[in-house]
Design a protein around this ligand. Structure first.
Ligand SMILES: N[C@@H](CCC(=O)N[C@@H](CS)C(=O)NCC(=O)O)C(=O)O
Length: 267
């Protein structure tokens, strides 16, 4: 490095900490860039990993499934999607259940999990927290705001998902099987009650935490399905929740969300 007012003074670069780091990285690159061996995971027998260095996603674009694919897209993590088809009961196969004994999508294997070891994970809420911590994205750094985000994530996992799902079941899918209106009345009322909670939360915010976080990735796919796949817009009176409907449109307009909503592609 040139010195002021005199001849250039040259220092052996290895004394420069940045240069030393570079040399160390080059010498240890075999360690850093090893390719994970996922063959011990039985699920890879049915869904082979073409890119075992990438996060393996086993899913289908349902409201729970897209949580994982949207998070991976938003956080710019490289992943390999594998379609788990309900049409052929793929979720009930021994291979899938070796990863999730609860036979539900989504599930992942991160070849580069904690300690550099592969990490298998199921339950969409756990996957969202894990990916947010791995990437350092979509979860506030401030501890209080972090717990508040987890609180709203749990609100979705324990309330919105199960209740909206039951509403869809009784309103649409089992409509010809139930003779009394008790079940659909119950879940309609609970769905509307939860929508009111969300509507109030969004009164002065664009997203549940103000900025877009994993709480939104968990929640909006379940709201959009009410008027979409479940065809319950009129039955629920979705127009009465303008903040919530505008919020869903805002989430859907995000380019990474649009990519995640169609992963893995259906056959
Ligand atoms: N609590 C689980 C629920 C997952 C879930 O219910 N997934 C549904 C699709 S949205 C599923 O895999 N259903 C297949 C089955 O029940 O056989 C999570 O959030 O990951």
């Amino acid at each position: 490095m040139p010195t002021r007012g005199g001849a250039a003074k040259w220092t052996f670069p290895a004394r420069d900490p940045m240069f030393a780091d570079l040399i160390f990285s080059i010498l240890s690159c075999k360690e850093e860039y090893h390719v994970a061996d996922l063959s011990s995971f039985m699920i890879t027998n049915r869904w082979p990993a073409q890119h075992p260095d990438r996060i393996q996603l086993y899913s289908l674009p349902t409201p729970n499934g897209v949580k994982a694919s949207i998070a991976l897209e938003e956080m710019e993590l490289s992943y390999e999607p594998h379609l788990v088809s309900f049409g052929t009961d793929d979720q009930m196969t021994p291979e899938f259940m070796s990863l999730n004994p609860n036979n539900k999508i989504p599930a992942i294997i991160d070849p580069d999990g904690p300690g550099g070891k592969p990490l298998p994970l199921f339950e969409s809420g756990a996957i969202l927290i894990y990916l947010a911590e791995k990437s350092g994205k979509l979860m506030p750094a401030d501890p209080a705001a972090r717990y508040e985000t987890i609180q709203w994530l749990m609100f979705q996992m324990g309330g919105v998902g199960p209740m909206f799902g039951q509403y869809g079941h009784f309103f649409k899918f089992a409509a010809d099987k139930v003779t009394e209106s008790y079940s659909v009345d119950r879940y309609r009322a609970e769905t509307q009650r939860l929508l009111k909670v969300i509507e109030a939360r969004l009164e002065d915010r664009d997203y549940i935490m103000g900025d877009f976080t994993i709480a939104d990735i968990a929640t909006f796919p379940w709201i959009r399905v009410l008027g979409g796949f479940y065809e319950g817009a009129d039955d629920l009176g979705l127009d009465s929740y303008p903040n919530t409907m505008a919020y869903v449109a805002r989430c859907e307009a995000r380019p990474a969300v649009q990519r995640g909503l169609v992963q893995p592609p259906r056959d």
